[in-house]
Design a protein around this ligand. Sequence first.
Ligand SMILES: Cc1cc2nc3c(=O)[nH]c(=O)nc-3n(C[C@H](O)[C@H](O)[C@H](O)COP(=O)(O)OP(=O)(O)OC[C@H]3O[C@@H](n4cnc5c(N)ncnc54)[C@H](O)[C@@H]3O)c2cc1C
Length: 310
Amino acid sequence: MIDQMYRKAVLTVAGQKAIENAVRARGWGMAQRFVAGETPQTAIQAVHDLKKDGIMANLDLLGEFIESPAQCTQFADNVITMQGAAHAAGITPYVSIKLSSVGQGKTVDGEDLGLTNARRIIRRAREYGGFVCLDMEDHPRVDQTLAQFRTLHGEFGGQHVGTVLQSYLYRTEKDRASLDDLSPNLRIVKGAYLEPETVAYPQKADVDAAYRRLVYAHMQAGNYVNVATHDESIIHDVQMYALAHGISKDAFEFQMLYGIRRDLQRNLAAAGYRVRAYIPYGRDWYPYFSRRIAETPRNAMFVLRGMLKG
Ligand SMILES: Cc1cc2nc3c(=O)[nH]c(=O)nc-3n(C[C@H](O)[C@H](O)[C@H](O)COP(=O)(O)OP(=O)(O)OC[C@H]3O[C@@H](n4cnc5c(N)ncnc54)[C@H](O)[C@@H]3O)c2cc1C
């Protein structure tokens, strides 16, 4: 409950224009802890750096609530440019996209623009042997995202596209089971948006319990699982579960955010687990940055200290 109140307070404050302007003006230095850089080149450098520690990468061009269809298509072009740059740098491009950023909900030439642009990105991923994960956004988008995932999975196959489920939503265990016929590559997260009690568990203990159930169920179904969390107790339990059920280390991977728990990322990789860091980059870093601050008061203190230092 406290977690929920803290998150609500931070996201409400962060949503105010004056706060956003103040943080944008002075906050880039602080955002660098969580964001690899503003250009594809800085992100590619971060991929190379992580590789030295045996950590894989997931590139994420930041940009949310992009308004016009032309901006959405431009955003998709920028992702495709990144895929090409990564390929040219010897990296198999693994990217995440938010369907809203590429036009979900906007109809152009009789088709949802998000779907059209996602197709272009996944086609390029297939060309390079890469992968595209469709991030999950706030709850009103879940139905459409899952439907579009199903369509894209049918067109390109599970080795090139996956999606995300959030354990804080009451509906998610049913959603997971409903995807079993696809044997999908799924990222399981707790959920980062401010959601009402009508759709999401308000208590952290319930979110955590649902998280474990989701991961175990997906493993039991024989599917590849991206265990995306920094929660050490869950990570430990997943390791034990896999061991007890004969699930090999290459049947799942741990995923964490760039700049968060690097020690844990390195230790897991050194112990032979597959580990992937989610590397956000780009000029539109503010909403992503706000959500990271909302996740833990420790991060808010880090930012406040930085701002006071001026
Ligand atoms: C790879 C990846 C992809 C994601 N994709 C999505 C997505 O598509 N949609 C979505 O809604 N959410 C996404 N998220 C965010 C996710 O939903 C959570 O908000 C976030 O991961 C924090 O939850 P947690 O599982 O780490 O557990 P928590 O219970 O929040 O935290 C567990 C512990 O981890 C540490 N920790 C957690 N977050 C931070 C932080 N920001 N800074 C420092 N320490 C921290 C703290 O010590 C905390 O005690 C993603 C997360 C990851 C790791």
